[in-house]
Design a protein around this ligand. Structure first.
Ligand code: AVJ
Length: 323
């Protein structure tokens, strides 16, 4: 028997850099100005986000991890065996590795907008799971149509779409519904969605998670201005903005803003933008869903069978959804 030692790895890019920059600039010229949350994650942003995940105040990451670890084999019973694992926003892939043997996956598809990471993520996976096929797709799946391109190289393997970390909370409910519909459309009869979603809770606990005492989240938020400067050649000065985060009860979302500390002008493309003291730029919404609301959303997206796992304090929920 011949065993190939060459890892089966490939990466393809579906990114449209031009369109990305255009929408970034357009968002900044809106009222109020917006920077999409996906721009947080350059190398420094990724490092800061990793630090956030270790903070005492930031409960989602460790709570989800505990749910996964406690119920992994039970959850795996509701997932197809031998299928393809589609890791949406894979990052370093570490959340996925323990799942691959649990579902006897034969193929891993890492999807991320951060292409620098993807290669090493796939290498790590290939080392841990020799014999599996590893595919990386650089794309912005926040545009649901691009999911079709991700799944184009689809084999007949049933997919498990893995979307952990409550990243779905970055979308408005209407956008989230669109993405869920797109995922639903690519499931086939055997495919499943495995998704982690943060729940509404005491505002104090929520706000502490997004305005930590060490100021890591503040640094993460301001860092996005460096990313923007690099991408579109603007000249934001990060320290001229304050980090603000609060829970908007009516909308069930954390809002993160950058608030001008003083009047200032910023060159954005061909425009000079004036910011007055207190003017804000929206950098993130993080929606929180009760089980009722999220199950209703899944239902609207055409999912029929929904199972849920939670932690003892019901801070966070993990769902498996089937057509
Ligand atoms: C990666 C979107 C799940 O909303 O909690 C953490 C990002 N922002 N702290 C979240 C984030 C500020 C995080 N998600």
């Amino acid at each position: 028997k011949v065993v190939s030692s060459r890892p089966r790895i490939s990466v393809e890019s579906l990114e449209d850099a031009e369109e990305r920059l255009h929408s970034l600039e357009a968002g900044l010229l809106e009222h109020p100005p917006r920077i999409a949350s996906k721009f947080f994650y350059d190398e420094q942003g990724c490092a800061l986000y990793e630090a956030i995940c270790q903070l005492d105040e930031y409960y989602p990451t460790r709570t989800e991890k505990a749910i996964f670890e406690r119920y992994r084999s039970e959850i795996a019973c509701h997932l197809p065996q031998g299928g393809q694992w589609v890791d949406l926003g894979c990052g370093d892939g570490s959340k996925s590795w323990p799942w691959l043997p649990a579902v006897a996956a034969s193929r891993y598809v890492g999807v991320d907008i951060a292409k620098d990471w993807l290669g090493s993520t796939l290498m790590t996976g290939a080392q841990r799971c020799p014999g599996m096929e590893f595919l990386g797709v650089v794309t912005d799946f926040t545009r649901p149509l691009l999911l079709r391109a991700v799944m184009r190289s689809n084999t007949t393997l049933p997919p498990i779409f893995f979307y952990p970390g409550s990243s779905i909370g970055n979308f408005t409910p209407a956008e989230a519904l669109q993405l869920l519909c797109a995922i639903r459309a690519h499931l086939g009869p055997e495919g499943r969605l495995l998704i982690g979603v943060d729940a509404p809770k005491d505002a104090q606990m929520l706000e502490a998670a997004y305005a930590d005492s060490l100021g890591i989240t503040a640094a993460f938020n301001r860092n996005v201005l460096r990313v923007v400067n690099r991408l579109i050649g603007s000249n934001f000065i990060p320290q001229r903005f304050n980090h603000r985060a609060w829970y908007n009860q009516e909308e069930n979302r954390i809002e993160m803003h950058l608030v001008a500390r003083e009047p200032q002008t910023v060159q954005i493309g061909t425009r000079r933008c004036q910011y007055e003291l207190g003017d804000t730029i929206v950098t993130e919404y993080s929606y929180k869903y009760s089980p009722e609301r999220f199950e209703a959303l899944l239902g609207m997206a055409g999912f029929k069978e929904i199972r849920r796992w939670s932690d003892p304090a019901s801070l966070f929920n993990v769902y498996v959804a089937a057509p």
